[in-house]
Design a binder for this molecule. Structure first.
Ligand code: SAH
Ligand code: SF4
Length: 470
């Protein structure tokens, strides 16, 4: 495919930051301290985007609140992957009627994947008059400009036109937390799995330059971050749109070469193009966490074909075998869709048997949700919601059993974990992660947050491990 990667010029971002300064002068007149709230739904990419929204809002002089009545500006960063997420957004936005009534000057903005869909933007326009600003993922870089238009012209602004997307460097970031960081390495998706809305709302695959990614990783390490997750809808496609032939495995190696004690994680990896080179690189790079999230979606070849996943069960299992041969302790997690249109009992049994065969450390399971404009939404779907729920419950039961067994095998082991936060609970006040990303509850001094420490695992359940500091 002939394809030119679009970039946003640095002067454009500088212009946005000038607008932030103008907005700050307006909002902070007479010493006022405006408050903003950013409410995020969906995936890690959205969380990373919200850090950019907060970066801009901080430059506008805003402090942050989680109280929607106190906020002067509310930004809801939405998700469109399943209907459930959209319903939650619409419910919560509906509830903002009360806050806007109490504070008529409040500005309410909706952004992200949900509003990039034409039918949703229309729905917001017609049925949610309290929403002042709507912008899709491709317009995030010019959020300040859009917000200023709302403020100065006192009109509603809608900016979610069809767009392949671009790469914008230099947007200010305000990260959540000081131990773990998201690092976007690419945007968009070209895979067009038949059930998925992402390629329609996030545009075509486009990679950041390796030097930009490496520079940001260096900054993170220098700032003391210990756990860096490289983000993309399909990180295995990284670099395909760049000159110079750098691929994802090369990028991992570049980041692994940065001096310092930290972990590299990544998501998501598509089984279609997870290569032996990738697994070998993971094995060889000492900073790369030995965890892979490799969404299989289904164990049935018939369904995988209908999903347009470009791999079959045998190829998937061969990848797992290669990866485990290179990394015997590899933690493997997955996503599974239950009740894809026309999925029969036999198809579902194949998913169950694949899960038994792989023995995932954790599984993220979803009931299929039809998405407007996707091919799967037009496929015949003879099974009822109740049928699908029954299958879903069986899969959950299997998943919980295997996770519980896998976790039990950690008991008595001594391991290195990264302490990443407080739990708010008295008995186990700290949370930590193993190299493979399993959650460990501990009791200890909060000063340990951000440190790698040795623990012995003393107990476990389906969801977590419990440990004692050595
Ligand atoms: N790019 C990632 C995942 C993006 S969406 C990947 O390819 O793995 C995250 C997960 O949501 C998917 O792996 C899939 O399991 C689930 N999902 C996506 N669309 C869905 C739909 N229409 N209904 C139910 N689950 C869906
Ligand atoms: Fe959606 Fe498939 Fe792209 Fe993942 S790879 S975002 S599931 S289309």
């Amino acid at each position: 495919m002939a394809y030119t990667r679009q970039t946003i010029a640095p002067e454009e971002i500088a212009r946005q930051e000038e607008i932030c300064a103008r907005i700050a002068a307006r909002l902070c007149a007479d010493g006022a301290r405006p408050l903003a709230m950013v409410d995020t739904y969906g995936c890690q990419q959205n969380e990373a985007d919200s850090e950019k929204l907060r970066g801009y809002l901080a430059e506008m002089g805003c402090g942050f609140t989680s109280d929607e009545f106190a906020a002067d500006i509310i930004v809801v960063n939405t998700c469109a992957v399943r209907e459930h997420a959209e319903m939650r957004v619409l419910g919560n936005v509906g509830a903002l009627n009360h806050t806007k009534k109490a504070k008529p000057s409040q500005i309410i903005a909706l952004c992200g994947c949900m509003v990039q869909q034409e039918h949703m933007a229309e729905k917001i326009k017609k049925s949610y008059p309290i929403v002042d600003l709507v912008f899709g993922p491709h317009e995030l870089w010019r959020f300040p400009e859009l917000l200023e238009t709302v403020m100065t012209r006192h009109k509603r602004v809608f900016a979610a036109d069809k767009n392949d997307g671009a790469v914008a460097e230099g947007i200010p970031l305000r990260r959540d937390g000081a131990v773990k960081a998201w690092l976007s390495i690419m945007y968009g998706c070209n895979n067009f799995c038949t059930y998925c809305v992402v390629p329609y709302v996030r545009g075509r695959e486009r990679s950041r330059l390796p030097e930009d990614v490496a520079a940001e990783a260096k900054e993170l390490v220098a700032a003391g971050y210990k756990d860096i997750t490289l983000l993309g809808q399909n990180v295995n496609s990284y670099g395909k749109d760049l000159e110079g032939g750098v691929d994802f495995a090369d990028l991992i190696r570049m980041i692994n070469d940065i001096p310092g004690d930290f972990l590299i994680r990544f998501m998501t990896s598509h089984p279609r193009d997870a290569t032996e080179k990738l697994f070998r690189t993971m094995a060889e790079c000492e900073k790369c966490a030995k965890h892979i999230h490799l969404p299989v979606q289904s164990g049935s070849d018939r369904i995988l074909k209908l999903m347009n996943r470009h791999y079959d069960r045998a190829k998937y299992l061969a990848e797992i075998e290669t990866a485990r041969n290179l990394m015997p302790d590899l933690v493997i997690t997955t996503d599974i869709i239950v009740g894809f249109p026309g999925e029969t009992e036999e198809d579902f049994e194949e998913t169950l048997s694949l899960c038994e065969e792989v023995r995932y450390d954790a599984m993220f399971t979803f009931i299929y949700s039809p998405r407007v404009g996707t091919p799967a939404a037009k496929m015949d779907d003879p099974f009822t919601r109740a049928d699908k729920q029954k299958r879903f419950d069986r899969l959950t039961e299997l998943s919980n059993r295997i996770s519980g067994e896998k976790h039990a095998a950690y008991e008595g082991k001594r391991m290195r974990v990264l302490v990443d936060g407080e739990t708010g609970k008295a008995e186990y006040n700290l949370s930590a992660r193993t190299n493979g990303g399993r959650l460990v509850h501990l009791r200890g001094d909060p000063a340990l947050i951000g440190q790698f420490i040795e623990v012995t695992i003393t107990a476990s359940n389906t969801w977590a491990l419990y440990g004692k500091i050595v």
